[in-house]
Design a protein around this ligand. Structure first.
Ligand SMILES: NC(=O)c1ccc[n+]([C@@H]2O[C@H](COP(=O)([O-])OP(=O)(O)OC[C@H]3O[C@@H](n4cnc5c(N)ncnc54)[C@H](O)[C@@H]3O)[C@@H](O)[C@H]2O)c1
Length: 413
């Protein structure tokens, strides 16, 4: 029985607690967070996930668990990782450390994460749920023999879009790391690259060659939206971030030399039902696609009944409407891949090794995100085969992340 501890008790930690209801041989032992910890612990106890307790420090939590999961905001991550390191140095026996996407806001931070985990000799899991989405996994498995005779996928398009994040810190590029590209581009880039990766090869097998990107502030820099953000303590006239991003990455298969392309589109202006995940993989003579808004279920709530709705997000992540025709997804933790990422990590940690996706993999996604910001900022293609560019990326902090987005964002200022 693997004892799990969570640092952070907000939106994603609650999603993960729901997911643990479908994972065998784990116990949700403890949680540590400035806000929401009691509520999450109560939920977990009610669901029979364990005698979940609230801990006041990360170090105390680490002493009581086998696996610690970092589900806190991006700006708080490094300090938490250092607390975990201190706990292990003081004798905590951890079998695994998990970190939610994105691993870090830039490569300097990502390098510290990777270095600390290596020095501790504790296996890691980078939580990128979209690679574990059952639809993606199943399509790849059913098409494996087709791919073998016809050749690997050569083009992918992936998108994640919704109407904007729930907490103010996500909107603040200095705390979050950027706008929608840092927040959700990391998902779409990772899954796009995975759909291009030949079956049987590791998720970081393909060699990225070049990155181009276009970013803009299309909705949230305008009235009345900019004022709505200001009411929440975020001022996009001073420190704007992108609410639209399109990143195109060219990859090379290191064994065959074959080139493929992933396009990732993300936005915080999807004023349509819920959270849309859209993935398309086009191979030679075959293809597959996923659309998270296509469901066999649907609901309808009339104007007269709408006032009785308790919470639109009870129905679907990022749902904006409480009436009309609504999407019905009965098992979002499964649909989005959360349950399977836990199963993968728990099984790996029990055997003493990294999950399918480890911190090094998270670092490689951070590299692609940084290259995308650099491409947008410099208005040119970034060559990832050039040693000088790779060196520059190691120290690079995007202007948007520095709070200087007005200099580079169409639609800002
Ligand atoms: N995989 C996904 O699809 C997905 C979805 C949402 C969020 N996330 C990621 O999960 C992370 C958390 O996002 P969220 O939506 O849960 O945020 P949130 O704001 O809803 O919750 C954050 C939680 O962390 C706690 N916290 C804040 N500072 C802390 C600190 N210094 N130490 C410990 N806990 C602290 C808060 O009290 C709160 O409980 C983010 O990095 C985000 O990118 C991933």
């Amino acid at each position: 029985m693997l004892k799990i501890g969570m640092v952070g008790a907000g939106f994603v930690a609650t999603f993960h607690a729901k997911s643990l209801c479908s994972v065998r041989d784990v116990r949700f032992t403890g949680v540590c967070a400035p806000e929401g910890a009691q509520k999450l612990a109560r939920y977990a106890r009610n669901e029979g996930l364990g005698n979940t307790r609230v801990f006041s420090t990360v170090e105390q939590l680490c002493e009581a668990v086998d696996v610690v999961a970092i589900f806190a905001p991006n700006f708080a991550r490094l300090e938490i990782m250092r607390d975990i390191a201190r706990a292990v140095e003081n004798g905590a026996k951890l079998k695994g450390i998990i970190c939610e996407k994105p691993l870090a806001r830039n490569l300097q931070e990502a390098d510290i994460f990777v270095r600390i985990a290596k020095a501790l000799h504790v296996p890691t899991a980078y939580f990128e749920n979209q690679l574990h989405m059952p639809g993606i996994v199943e399509a790849r498995s059913q098409l494996a023999s087709v791919e073998q005779s016809m050749g690997a996928v050569h083009l992918t398009r992936s998108a994640e879009e919704h109407g904007g994040p729930h907490e103010p810190w996500f909107w603040d590029p200095t705390r979050q790391g950027g706008g929608v590209c840092c927040d959700m581009g990391c998902h779409s880039i990772a899954v796009g690259m995975y759909m291009l990766t030949p079956v049987g090869k590791p998720p970081d097998y393909l060699q990225p060659i070049s990155v181009t990107a276009e970013m803009a502030l299309l909705k949230w820099g305008k009235e009345p939206w900019i004022s709505k953000l200001r009411e929440r303590g975020v001022d996009y006239s001073q420190t704007p971030a992108e609410d639209y991003s399109l990143v195109t990455i060219e990859f090379r298969d290191p064994e065959t030399g074959v080139v493929s392309i992933a396009q990732a589109t993300n936005s915080w202006m999807y004023d349509a039902p819920g959270l849309r995940l859209l993935m398309e993989a086009i191979g030679p003579g075959y293809s597959y696609s996923i659309n998270s808004l296509q469901s066999p279920g649907a609901m309808f709530i009339s104007d007269t009944a709408a006032s009785a709705v308790a919470d639109s997000e009870l129905a679907l992540e990022k749902a904006q409407a409480t009436r009309g025709a609504l999407i019905l997804q009965h098992n979002e933790p499964s649909l989005y891949g959360y349950i399977d990422e836990w199963r993968d990590a728990a099984a790996a940690f029990e055997k003493g090794h990294d999950a399918l996706l480890n911190f090094e993999y998270g670092r490689s996604i951070t590299t692609l995100i940084m290259a995308a910001y650099m491409a947008h900022e410099k208005k040119r293609t970034i060559d990832l085969t050039d040693g000088k560019t790779l060196h520059e990326l190691e120290k690079y902090v995007p202007l948007i992340q520095q709070g200087k987005g007005a200099k580079v964002l169409l639609g800002a200022g």
